[in-house]
Design a protein. Sequence first.
Length: 365
Amino acid sequence: MPTNPAPGASRPRRGRATVAPGFVTGMLAGLVRHGHDPAPLLARAGIDIADAASRIPVERYALLYNLCVEALDDEAFGLLPQAMPTGSFEFLCRAMLGAPTLGEALARAIRFLRIVLPAFRIELQRNGPRAELLIDDADSLGEARDAAARVFAYEWLLRLLHGVASWFVGRGLALDAVAFPYARPAHADDYTLVYTEHSSFEAPCLAARLQANLLDLPLRRDDAALAGFLDGAPGKITMLYRRDREMVFRVRDLLRAALPTNLALEEVADRLHLSPRTLHRRLEEEGASFRTIKEATRRDIAYARLTKTTQSIARIAADLGYADASTFYRAFMSWSGVSPERFRQQLAQRQSSSARADERRTPDA
């Protein structure tokens, strides 16, 4: 049964963006580490993370973002050795305001972040037609600490810089590739939609590559625009950044609604009143491709059906538009590394173990 949002938590609109639960558990890692119970904040945001296959509407995720910051008085979610005091996001934006180009604005942002985030080394390098944003914690987060916390710290900082940069220039800034300095996380398939299709892992440091000419773009936001932007910040940056990827979500929603019919790119382009070439270009600008969106859509539905229903594997395969169950098996193995049946067995085992643990923690009446 879906969780009803608490008073004040906005209801998601149909077709709006969602995030994987992994982004939520990472955000909560610092809260738990500092002895806070995340349950009240999750309830206020209308989020239920008990279902590992559920998707969280981005509006609720943004609300949880702000609730965590408020609870900890730390805009870095208690993930780093030194807190990032409340208000830092506003001063970051004000430091960038008035810069002649995006490159100069980012240079200002990096100088500011070096003061409030000493755990990270941040650089922006420009080499001919390419530019790279480099982020490295220099082992200050520690490999032995909570892996989810370290992963989310990098995810958050990249989204912060990229999202603010996109807002200041008034357009989505495509990342050509991003290399992340950790093992591939369970929610890595979402990186195609959140960052870029060209995401890789186990790198020495985080390296986000983009076209260098983007750094020459002029800033299009003034002080009045910033005042409106800061209403609902810093969590608002999550929602804004995802709106910059509107075409990805329009394509995903069309593909989902058409199942079990598998629409081709030409059919989706026709429904969007675009040429196939224009649709391909728009998706490429948002760091995605038609093929990866189609795979991600079917993967998410498959996970949800296997988790929430007892439908047969053959039925799920047919509903997702696969020609036969064996084709679905191969696809699912590529996503998860296990068969659909094994996925269900592992889920049942985890739920059983969790229930036994709850029983042990419950005192006798």
